[in-house]
Design a protein around this ligand. Structure first.
Ligand code: NDP
Ligand code: 8X3
Length: 258
């Protein structure tokens, strides 16, 4: 049964990777879309293609989730147009750098904490009150296996994703007494622009992360998110970990040797 058709779904970080794959998957199911990211040209190419292909409406906005005022303005514009999202996918996020904490770059720390934690909070604070007022809505936070298990040099990224897990749990408690669901989807390795961003544009180093194994694709993760969103309203997935079969935890990865 398709419970996604006709829903209004706001996806942050929809210009690439998992967010873009969610936009594609939800459009194929007949959802109306609100797509936010910083790269407007990328958003436009995703949104316009989906409108042409599936006949859905994609409302696009260039929003940096770290900019609380910009987030509030974009959310208010939606609400003023009568467009309160039925589903919010808090996906915008990144790793920046991979260093021991005593050698880390505080600019990288700011980027991760401001985006993964404060950005998620900014968007949730702007959208969730309207869901509560209507007594309808579903928030899906994209965490990570890195929010369940630390790894060397993952320090601040790990902390941000452990934080996302705590926020998902806390938000669920806060929604007690309402029908609003809060879910987390926590992937292992997914081949997207994630590693290229983490290594500040070093494509060779990024490619090496996925060498010798079959990682998840963004579409695999979008399928899982669509499953979580499509469940009937009395069913709430609190936390779902999705891994490539070749990755059993953050350390145990089966790699073919060349
Ligand atoms: P990508 O780099 O491909 O996508 C990240 C998206 O986030 C982009 O659309 C980017 O858009 C957006 N984004 C980043 N910073 C901001 C910002 N300040 N404001 C608005 N949008 C922003 O990586 P993924 O698709 O892999 O990452 C998506 C989520 O999945 C992240 O939260 C990540 O932590 C999580 N994740 C990824 C895994 C992986 O292995 N790839 C595994 C587990 C979790 P733009 O640059 O245009 O703003
Ligand atoms: C991304 C997965 O293992 O690189 O969240 O941290 S990992």
């Amino acid at each position: 049964m398709n419970r996604i058709k006709g829903k209004l779904i706001l996806i942050t970080g929809a210009s690439s990777g998992i967010g873009e794959a969610c936009a594609r998957r939800f459009a194929a199911e007949g959802a109306q879309l609100v797509l936010w990211a910083r790269r407007r040209v990328r958003l436009e190419s995703v949104g316009r293609a989906l409108e042409a292909q599936h006949g859905v409406v994609a409302r696009l906005a260039e929003v940096d989730v770290r900019d609380r005022a910009a987030v509030s303005r974009a959310a208010e514009a939606l609400v003023a147009a009568g467009q309160v999202p039925d589903v919010l996918v808090n996906n915008a996020g990144l790793a920046s750098g991979l260093s021991k904490v005593h050698e880390g770059d505080p600019e990288d720390w700011d980027r991760m904490i401001d985006t993964n934690l404060k950005g998620l909070l900014n968007v949730t604070r702007a959208v969730l009150p309207h869901m509560v007022a209507r007594r309808r809505g579903h928030v899906v936070n994209i965490g990570s296996v890195a929010g369940h298990q630390t790894y060397p040099m993952g320090n601040v990224y790990n902390a941000s994703k452990f934080g996302v897990r705590a926020l998902t749990e806390g938000m669920n408690l806060d929604m007690a007494g309402t029908p609003i669901r809060v879910s987390a989807v926590d992937p292992g390795m997914v081949e997207t622009e994630f590693s290229e961003v983490r290594f500040h544009g070093d494509r060779e180093r990024a490619k090496a992360v996925y060498q010798g194994l079959q990682p998840l694709t963004a579409a695999d993760v979008a399928d899982t998110i669509a499953y979580v969103v499509n469940l009937p309203e009395h069913v709430n997935i609190l936390d779902l970990i999705i891994m490539p079969t070749a990755q059993r935890n953050v350390y145990v990865v089966d790699r073919a040797t060349p």
